[in-house]
Write a protein that binds this ligand. Structure first.
Ligand SMILES: [Zn+2]
Length: 61
């Protein structure tokens, strides 16, 4: 079994393109970027809905 799953776009599941990895196209890459920007604008003061990588805030400085 080849590990094809490692080479798929995380957004749409299509084969990713080397140029836009880990995404398949600029469209998917932009979509992901927009998500980051959106979160950045919100600047969550409390815990985020994800609550996964809070360690960054404590171990930062
Ligand atoms: Zn994609």
């Amino acid at each position: 079994m080849p590990s094809e799953t490692a080479a798929k776009c995380p957004l749409c599941g299509k084969p990713r393109a080397k140029e836009y990895r880990p995404f398949c196209s600029r469209g998917c890459r932009d979509r992901d970027l927009n998500q980051w920007f959106d979160e950045g604008y919100r600047m969550p003061a409390h815990e985020g809905p994800d609550g996964g990588t809070d360690d960054d805030r404590f171990g930062g400085d």
